[in-house]
Design a protein around this ligand. Sequence first.
Ligand SMILES: Nc1ncnc2c1ncn2[C@@H]1O[C@H](COP(=O)(O)OP(=O)(O)OP(=O)(O)O)[C@@H](O)[C@H]1O
Length: 617
Amino acid sequence: APAPDSDALLKFKASLSNAGALDTWDPSTSPCSVENGNWNGVICFEGNIWGLQLEDMDLSGDIDVDSLVPLRLLRTLSFMNNNFEGSIPDFKKLGALKSLYLSNNQLSGRIPDDAFAGMGSLKKLYLSNNKFTGTIPASLAALPRLLELRLEANQFVGALPNFLQKDLKLLNVSNNQLEGPIPEALISMGPTAFSGNKELCGKPLDSLCKSPTTSATPNVHPNKYSPLKVATAVIAFGIALGAIIVILMALIQRTKQQTPQSSYNQKSAEAAASLVDHDQCGSSSSSSSSPDRSSKRSHQEQAGKLSFVRDDRQKFDLQDLLRASAEVLGSGNFGSSYKALLMDGQAVVVKRFKQMNTVGREEFHEHMRRLGRLKHPNLLPLVAYYYRKEEKLLVFDHVKRGSLATHLHGKRSISQPALDWPKRLKIIQGVAKGLAYLHTELPSLTLPHGHLKSSNVLLDESLEPLLMDYALIPVVNPEHAHHIMVAYKSPEYSQHGRSISMKKTDVWTLGILILEVLTGKFPTNYLTQSSSNDWVNSIIRDQENSQLLFDKEIGATWTSKGEMLKLFKIGIACCEEDMEKRCDLKEIVEKIQDLKERDSHADQGHSINAGRHEVDV
Ligand SMILES: Nc1ncnc2c1ncn2[C@@H]1O[C@H](COP(=O)(O)OP(=O)(O)OP(=O)(O)O)[C@@H](O)[C@H]1O
């Protein structure tokens, strides 16, 4: 990057109160130099600075926008999950920004109405989970390109502006103090986008607007989600979406470096190109790959060969994936996932892992072969993998119906109908069976699944659950494992990481999943380092204080209510704080499989001994 760009970044760094995470910003190197590894969090494109992704870095102070003004090509900024304070800075000075992610900081105060005026390129704006007050700035409603807007878990007041942008795909204003009717154009966003605002009314919420005043009717409960839940959902989704942008940007760069004349659809190209690093396919696109870097690779690594772990699968290689039309599915801390449609119509998902570079080649191969031998109706089988020192790809079949998370929390549609009780029970039973199988087959692992959460449970055509992202602990970098694995941290995992044997941590995450499936509430503490114990306690408190225990969509009858209560108790028992007292998986699985067969009358005298305090249902 040009020297003025380095200066701008160093000035920005100097403005931070706690910039320990930016030690790699070393004035004697260049922010975009590949040899030195880019400066941490700096996204470069053709040697220029395109973005900053400074997330989860414990940064604090004010955001010094002025120092970033010289970065003329800056298009994406993410400061999510830090401790930035103060009022919103003037981002108009960075007029060409396309995405701005500020969720989960301590920013506060009223946002001026014209704060975003004239930011014609802005497509994504995440301000959620801060402490903003006042009305929603009017300039947002006039942004012509706005696609995603997340404002939840702030203290915004007043009416919702009339967002007329046709392309607005995602809006979330939940858990504020907004009031008045929901504008017609926003009804399709679904109720969760608006929940937690006591005075918002009209469709898609249940509360009717009292004409001509706007107060909500007293006997409805538009908010089935806690502020914490929404805040957490925001963090999770924010991180995922932010990462996609960042990865795509890096990959556009690669695509351009590698296939400047690329003839296929650019979107596909970006996603597909990101499946492999620029010099992986050097063998077949040698004219455009950088010779100095590719020369460092061993022949094997350049060959672009996928290793298949099953014999019953038709083989393809990386080039086929590159040629395939590809689509980004999402991106977590763990990696990013792409769907690729191969020439023969087969749809596969390629997950790209960055934090798997401490295990050696042989160890990695061996573990993958071990995963390849697993076979169970509730496990999404690994199909193939790719090993390169800095990057690993894992290939799976694409599952059309998507994840349990989207079924529970996403928009309803024909392909995504509400899940009634029998379906939910079947899903939990399948998850439990899959988990039990992993524990039996992989006894040597400290944590046989290690990453159970609703977005890692896929649903096949008959709504049979398929676990994914399992058994990866042995190949994930130890220094990252603690942070990125076990999305819903158990108390012991939060405290010790994976340093002790903790098979019961999988029991904890199963408990969280059970409670999520029963209540329809999204677990908080997702991807944070603290334990999800508070969330469990909040569920218990909710249950003690109100009748709104179960997700309304569950459609309970009196007969099923008994089963639901039993499962609820099992969920709470799984979330016993003390790992020693927590049931082991085998016991829990038996109780879950038993549920259907036993008397399903409201639960008289039935209790789970190993639970925390007895739950009064
Ligand atoms: N094989 C698959 N078929 C269909 N959808 C999939 C498949 N694999 C992943 N997905 C979906 O793609 C999205 C992104 O998945 P991905 O595993 O990259 O991230 P995640 O599960 O949100 O987070 P993490 O990186 O922590 O696992 C998720 O919604 C997931 O449910």
